[in-house]
Design a protein around this ligand. Sequence first.
Ligand code: UD1
Length: 433
Amino acid sequence: MLEKFVVRGRNRLRGEVNISGAKNAAVAIIPATILSDGVCTIENIPNINDVTLIARILKEMGADVSMVDKTTMKIDSNGISSPVATCESVKRIRASSYLLGALLGKFHKAKVLSPGGCNFGVRPIDQHLKAFSSLGAKCKVESGVIDIKAEKLIGSSVYMDTVSVGATINALLASVKAEGTTVIENAAKEPHIVDLANFLNSMGADIMGAGTDSIKIKGVKKLGGTTYSIIPDQIEAGTYMVASAITSGDVLIKNVIPKHLESITAKLEEIGAEVTVFSEAVRVKASNVLKKCTIKTMAHPGFPTDMQPQFASLLSVSDGTSIITEGVWENRFKYVEELNKMGANISVEGKVAVIEGTAGKSLIGAPVKAIDLRAGAALILAALTCEGKTTIDNIEQIERGYEDIVFKLSSLGGDIKKVFVPGDESLDLELAL
Ligand code: UD1
């Protein structure tokens, strides 16, 4: 059976929604358990397909992985005896690249299939390999397999030519048990980098400066078990903030770290939404048609590229001409064609999208396809404003990263249903690890 979302728009969202644990932190922390000699209990795990997949990969490699309750995962990675990850699942998720750093850190060797993930154009790993080489490893890529070996890992200065979340995470994983001190310069500063460093420190690592562009890692001999709670998901929170704004709603978004949402909050306020910030929640309220704005996506603390498609939906029904420049990825506007099928007026020239807002006039429901995770979220947001019915295909992309999205939006008054239609068997990704 194929699964689709059917959304009927024009309802104002109201009420409260709880944000789940951060996907991008979870998919780094789970492979990081490979470095531990003990048992790791990880709390606030989001129930999403990317997490299921990365946990399943660890399990296939020999780890003992179990759910203690709905949001707590226990991992004992001591059963992983070989530094090889070449099962098919590896190709389906970008975060499987973190197996490289974790296996290298533990075994001084790693053999991992080239990772998958959202297709935003070329997704190079040269900076990951550069970091491993700086620590003394030899890397080769042959027939889609990345093969890395080191006699020993020696702490060193790792200078990133470009700010990369993935390469920073891999450099942390590979250096945490290296001999001596490593300094990562021009490091990424995303909240999930800090979360991973805190997790590693809770296992006994010695990492300072995560969240700045210079991270210092003093190698330790051993990492033990830990109990650690993952931060809330910045992008899920941002998506519900836009859901409230786009439906002229009034939603309290709970279990968030407002500091992580500052760039999103600033843009919403700039276009006329009312955002009230509490210590662990934000309330987004909009009553009038919102205004145009200019956005350029950047590494943290700039405006996150992973919120770019959702804002394209919002600006499509705002007043005036908005401009979004994609500053991180080479090709992240493939979803525009789908939004335009719903009556949006967006034209793209290279990395710049020009959006002619409808000034509050409804978009029209249409059959559309989720090109990738955040693009899929953008279609749901647009569908919430539409006259008529929108059917969204390829929803496994959305379920990679949004926990219980049907339940959460429905409880706010959104009209969204998951339907099953005859077709190819879709992959069974239940959290039965
Ligand atoms: C992570 C996120 C993704 C987000 C992105 C940017 C996860 C699992 N995914 O992806 O959702 O969109 O950060 O915030 O956390 N680059 C190189 N060489 C490299 C690595 C990256 O040139 O070796 C370039 C990329 O092509 C891109 C930019 O650096 O233009 C940023 O990529 P990066 O931060 O590495 O993204 P990911 O870690 O893959």
